[in-house]
Design a protein around this ligand. Structure first.
Ligand SMILES: [Zn+2]
Length: 264
């Protein structure tokens, strides 16, 4: 199973340049994206699609980074992407959905309910209804399943590929999940926004203050965010697991380089 690492949304976040780390997985059931980053419609109309929060996160919005264009450069058509697995529905993760209208979009039931309800001001800022206006083919997953390396209620997505596992990790948002993808005997663990900066899991250096403030400001449950940090730091010590966040550029480049050197 070949896995590629795509950056689908450079951001000039104050004090910490960021990426949107997207996985493109080749399975027997077609291509699978884990998250989408920003999409072509976000780039064409950022005011309507992204709203005021874009002034804080400062996305570059380069069409060449859009997942659909990167998929095309690899020789595929958008219809080849059959499944999209979302860690959560924040604008920088779900913006590319409209570029793949044929795909089934997998998300936790709790996250989908929060995003579609969009009751609070915070929810309205982070979940952009314009990004769902085309009517994505959502598949809502309840948090039920077996333990996975100490994380409860993990769900093997066997209908897509048994080597892909959805793992509930609420905290950043109400229904945030992570995905573990097994390739070459190792697990890639896409932690989404459960942490931002690599220092949180490797213990080396310190997270930029701007990221810490952002993390606290938008957390659905700060206590669970801190608990997730502790659990992910433990997981990062596992010899067979590569833990990465959606936005850390160093982890992105490290894994992208490794995948190029040894295509799985
Ligand atoms: Zn994010």
């Amino acid at each position: 199973m070949r896995v590629r690492h795509l950056n689908c949304g450079t951001m000039q976040f104050p004090g910490a340049p960021l990426v949107c780390h997207v996985l493109l997985v080749e399975t027997a059931n077609g291509l699978v994206l884990v998250d989408t980053g920003y999409g072509l419609l976000d780039i064409a109309n950022p005011g309507h699609r992204l709203g005021p929060a874009r002034a804080f996160v400062r996305p570059v919005l380069d069409p060449s980074e859009a997942a659909v264009n990167q998929v095309a450069r690899l020789g595929y058509s958008p219809q080849d992407v059959r499944h999209i697995l979302l860690t959560h529905l924040d604008m920088d993760h779900a913006g590319g959905l409209a570029d793949f209208p044929h795909a089934q979009v997998h998300v936790s039931a709790g996250e989908l309910a929060s995003a579609l309800a969009g009751r609070t001001l915070g929810e309205k800022l982070r979940y952009r209804t314009a990004q769902f206006a085309h009517g994505p083919r959502f598949i809502a997953h309840e948090p039920t399943g077996e333990p996975w390396l100490g994380f409860p209620a993990a769900q093997q997505l066997a209908d897509i590929d048994p080597r892909i596992v959805m793992i509930p990790l609420p905290g950043h948002t109400r229904g945030h999940v992570a995905y573990a993808v097994q390739t070459d005997g190792r697990w890639l663990f896409h932690a989404g926004d459960s942490f931002y900066d690599r220092s949180v899991v490797d213990g080396r250096g310190r997270q930029p203050l701007t990221l810490t403030l952002q993390e606290r400001m938008i957390a659905f449950d700060s206590r669970r965010v801190r608990d997730n940090h502790r659990r992910l730091a433990e997981l990062a010590h596992h010899p067979d697991v590569d833990v990465f966040s959606a936005h850390d550029p160093t982890l992105f480049h490290r894994l992208a380089r490794k995948a190029l050197l040894c295509p799985n």
